[in-house]
Design a protein around this ligand. Structure first.
Ligand code: SAH
Ligand code: SF4
Ligand code: F3S
Length: 479
């Protein structure tokens, strides 16, 4: 019996794809290994969003070179976004890799592995057959017993000038409404109580479904399954299902207590989504709202489709509709041509937005993207470093204030298990997705439980809480 190890780089969507890869390999009778050093098949599920993601992968795959040469029966598979975009570079820089499989073809990994017994350098970066549900028959195996990712949409139809994702993930394809709700139901039956809906632009969910419904000639006449009108809670038969319909349907599934989603795009975010968040008790008070820059010129050059002030208005609207909302964001520093004044506009807007936390990135040119070709406008790395540190001060200041504001509150915590550092401390998440440590609590035994705790202290990246006892059955609010 062969063993496998899957190493994942990149975003939650890749994590979810890795769970599908695990399911495919298990179906072949393979078993998980404890590490890449002992596995018969090592799968790298790669990311190429920034250059350092590529470099981390090449560093790790090259550490297996000697072992691969020594053990002819061993196999190395490279999947994911880098595989889709740079298949030739992978074999050039890591010739000991056996199989390269793109983002649309993970279902064929088992066949490709079989072919690798006869052929060197097996490749499948085909882009799918446009079937109704690109994920059909690839049911992921959630890594944890109490929460799961659910991909609702693959690809991206936007053209942010810095971003490689549309190239490596293809055009936006929404999964059928009914398939998503069924998947969440199945997960709930297995004991999963928290789901995170995944897509590159979740609030454009459904845009493509009606078109596909018209094109469909393969006997799918169940409009509810494909486009979801039967699930629309307000009784209006829409031409297409909206993300807000999906939020309401998923949060209504028996056994689901928490629903999260990532990422929405600010340009497409509408009031109806905020309303669905506020009106669905299971949808958590947590929003990832990626700003990227506070300068209108830079936002336009990025093709983001909104201005800074419009972003701020939508953020205020969200906060007015959803009480106690936590907001996180993404910001890029040093986009080609970014001037000192433009960077200061980012600092100002970020300070006004008072985010709970921010993922800040140094611009990384990606081959084949629009901005990647603007070499004459690249900003000096020293200047970028300095800006990056200044931005961090501003984001950390609001993050710390938001954390301090939780002290004294009673929060519902979903326990994830023992803390990584101390087995006598349990770790979990509040509805706002803040990490909480509970000293003297058995995280192993209580994994997956919902408990109420008083927040007693706040650090930069986590909170400390004291247990109050189990919450009332069905209680969702964090008081
Ligand atoms: N679809 C998601 C983004 C996925 S990529 C969205 O629109 O929010 C996650 C983040 O990586 C982006 O929000 C952006 O801040 C950052 N990013 C993407 N390409 C980058 C690049 N070339 N250099 C630096 N950061 C980048
Ligand atoms: Fe990339 Fe923009 Fe699509 Fe997000 S919305 S994946 S940043 S192109
Ligand atoms: Fe990376 Fe692909 Fe996600 S490039 S961020 S793994 S969509």
């Amino acid at each position: 019996m062969k063993s496998f190890y899957v190493k994942t780089f990149g975003c939650q969507m890749n994590e979810n794809d890795s769970e599908r890869i695990v399911a495919v390999l298990r179906r072949q009778g393979m078993t998980p290994a404890l590490s890449a050093d002992v596995a018969d098949v090592v799968v790298f599920n790669t990311c190429t969003i920034r250059e350092n993601a590529d470099n981390r992968f090449f560093g790790q795959v090259n550490m297996l070179r000697e072992r691969r040469v020594r053990e002819p029966g061993m196999r190395i598979v490279v999947a994911g976004c880098l595989a889709q975009g740079e298949k030739d570079a992978i074999f050039d820089r890591a010739p000991h890799v056996d199989v390269v499989v793109g983002t649309h073809a993970i279902g064929s990994i088992a066949d490709l592995l079989e072919r690798s017994d006869e052929e060197r350098h097996v490749i499948d970066v085909s882009t799918g057959d446009g079937s109704i549900d690109p994920m059909v028959d690839l049911v992921p195996e959630p890594a944890e017993g109490h929460k799961a990712w659910v991909t609702i949409q693959t690809g991206c139809d936007n053209n942010c000038a810095f971003c490689i994702v549309p190239q490596v993930r293809g055009p936006e394809v929404s999964r059928p409404f009914g398939a998503i709700v069924d998947e969440v139901r199945r997960l709930a039956e297995q004991g999963i109580s928290e789901v995170t809906l995944l897509g590159q632009n979740v609030n454009s969910y459904g845009r493509d479904l009606t078109k596909r419904l018209r094109r469909t000639s393969d006997g799918i006449h169940d409009h509810g399954f494909l486009a979801g009108p039967v699930y629309v809670s307000d009784g209006i038969r829409r031409i297409r299902p909206l993300f807000s319909d999906l939020l309401r349907a998923v949060s209504g599934v028996d056994g689901i207590r928490r629903v999260r989603f990532t990422s929405p795009h600010p340009k497409d975010m509408r009031e109806e989504t905020f309303a669905a968040m506020a009106e669905s008790p299971a949808v958590c008070e947590s929003l990832h709202f990626p700003l990227q820059s506070g300068s209108d010129r830079v936002l336009a050059a990025m093709h983001r489709g909104y201005r800074g002030e419009r972003f701020f208005e939508k953020l205020e609207l969200a906060r007015s509709i959803i009480p106690d909302l936590a907001v996180t964001t993404d910001i890029i520093v040093g986009f080609p041509g970014e001037t000192e004044d433009e960077f200061e506009a980012t600092l100002e807007l970020v300070a006004r937005c008072e985010f709970d936390s921010a993922f800040t990135f140094i611009y990384s040119p990606r081959p084949g993207t629009e901005a990647g070709a603007w070499t004459d406008k690249f900003v000096d790395p020293e200047v970028i470093r300095d800006r990056f540190e200044r931005l961090k001060l501003v984001t950390e200041r609001s993050g710390a204030a938001k954390h301090r504001a939780r002290v004294g509150k009673i929060e519902e915590i979903l326990i994830d298990g023992p803390s990584k550092r101390d087995a006598n401390v349990a770790s979990g998440r509040t509805r706002q997705n803040k990490l909480v440590h509970l000293a003297g609590v058995d995280g192993e035994r209580l994994r997956g439980s919902y408990l109420n705790a008083r927040i007693v202290d706040a650090g930069a990246h986590f909170l400390h809480g004291e247990l109050l006892g189990p919450p009332a059955r069905g209680a969702h609010a964090s008081c």
